[in-house]
Design a binder for this molecule. Structure first.
Ligand code: ACO
Length: 360
């Protein structure tokens, strides 16, 4: 029995393929390279939703209107919610959206993480939440709702690249959770909430915040190796490295490293920060190779995510919320696919507990 279900095939999908041996990701017939080079998040959303929902004449506008519609729920953010970690507070607001299977429900669930996260972060900082602007793209409006000013084209392009890169990724833990819930026909909101709950763990989408903690702990490039070795000696895992499926470098790491370099060249990232990250990455790969020669452990998506989202002004405890902004599109498409073509997911367990005492 593989308790992590590795090598178990639990679904057929037309949505994405993760080729772990060759380090390739395909989303509906497009390679990741092709997608990130010329797509906005809305383009990937259209690709993922194709055939599962009625096509929108103007998806950018429809998603913008969905942001406007869900903004009403921001009023429910009270002091108890603001005391929670952003991902938990955002999940609570998202839970206010009812279940349904139609395109409007789907778009509101995609809009929710961006609208709720930015509003919660502003409220936490003592600022008034900003209402969405339906005429902007999702990435541009998200950054505007966060900072109160229109982002530069480079900042918008960087967030688009991030959202596109993480939009879908095979049967990862959160997507599997979405499909399990969808298989019971519970509805899209229930699937998304289950997936978000799986995403927040540090072994999945909760890693990029700790990546920055690691960079802060290391401090200087010269200290990288000693710090990382001490962390491993203490039994820690190095955040941003290793993957269940990839046996080579996660292609998303390079897609995001490219975006980080672009931001650095426009002055949005301190070159010293980038140099520190590159030194930590090189030292981590070397140390992991020495310590785990039998298991190829390489950089995963979360490492450069951390630098990218930091440069865009998201606080590190909200990074998982930004991951959810992108991945919600994938979760919803998988949930629809499961509900339309799959069966109730109901695996078996092996009972290893005690047997009842025989009656005397
Ligand atoms: N640092 C140190 N050791 C590691 C790391 C790491 N990042 N990743 C794996 N290992 C070790 C494991 O401890 C294990 O050692 P052992 O056999 O002595 O116990 C060995 O390498 C093999 O581990 P795997 O079976 O390949 O790991 P698994 O598939 O269970 O875990 C995971 C994959 C959870 C991503 C793991 O690599 C990890 O914890 N990474 C750090 C957290 C992280 O970056 N998460 C984000 C992943 S990307 C995403 O979900 C979006």
């Amino acid at each position: 029995m593989n308790s992590g279900l590795e090598d178990v095939i639990a679904a057929q999908t037309v949505l994405s393929d993760v080729d772990g041996k060759n380090g390739r990701l395909i989303v509906r017939g497009r390679s990741l390279d092709e997608l990130v080079s010329r797509s906005r998040y809305e383009d990937v959303l259209a690709l993922l939703f194709g055939g599962f929902f009625a096509e929108a004449d103007d998806l950018t506008r429809a998603l913008g209107q969905a942001r406007v519609a869900v903004f009403a729920h921001v009023a429910a953010a009270d002091s108890a919610l603001l005391a929670l970690p952003p991902v938990d507070a955002m999940r609570a607001l998202l839970a206010r959206l009812g279940d349904g299977e139609d395109r409007d429900t789907a778009l509101q669930l995609v809009a929710g993480p961006a609208v709720f996260t930015t509003a919660l972060l502003r409220l936490r900082a003592g600022q008034a939440p900003l209402a969405p602007d339906a005429s902007l793209t999702h990435a541009a409006d998200t950054l505007r709702m966060l900072h109160g000013a229109l982002p530069s084209p480079q900042q918008t392009a960087a967030l688009d690249r991030y959202l596109v890169t993480v939009a879908d990724h095979g049967l990862n833990a959160s997507t599997f959770a979405a499909r399990v819930v969808a298989s019971t026909k519970a509805g899209l909101a229930s699937s998304v909430l289950a997936a978000l709950s799986a995403l927040k763990g540090p072994l999945h989408g909760g890693a990029p915040g700790p990546v920055l903690d690691m960079l802060d702990g290391v401090g200087t490039p010269a200290n990288a190796r000693a710090w990382l070795e001490a962390a491993l000696d203490g039994g820690d895992r190095l955040m941003g490295f290793g993957h269940r499926v990839y046996r080579v470098r996660d292609p998303r790491a390079d897609a995001l490293k490219g975006a980080v370099r672009l931001l650095a060249s426009s002055g949005a990232i301190d070159p010293k920060r980038l140099a520190l990250a590159e030194a930590v990455e090189a030292a981590a790969l070397a140390v992991l190779r020495e310590r785990k020669p039998e298991r190829a452990l390489d950089t995963n998506v979360e490492f450069y995510t951390a630098l990218l989202l930091e440069a865009l002004g998201f606080p590190r405890d909200a990074f998982t919320c930004v991951f959810a902004m992108g991945r919600t599109g994938g979760w919803i498409a998988h949930a629809r696919e499961q509900a339309e073509t799959g069966r109730l997911i109901r695996p078996m367990s092996v009972y290893i507990g005690p047997q009842p005492q025989q009656a005397a």
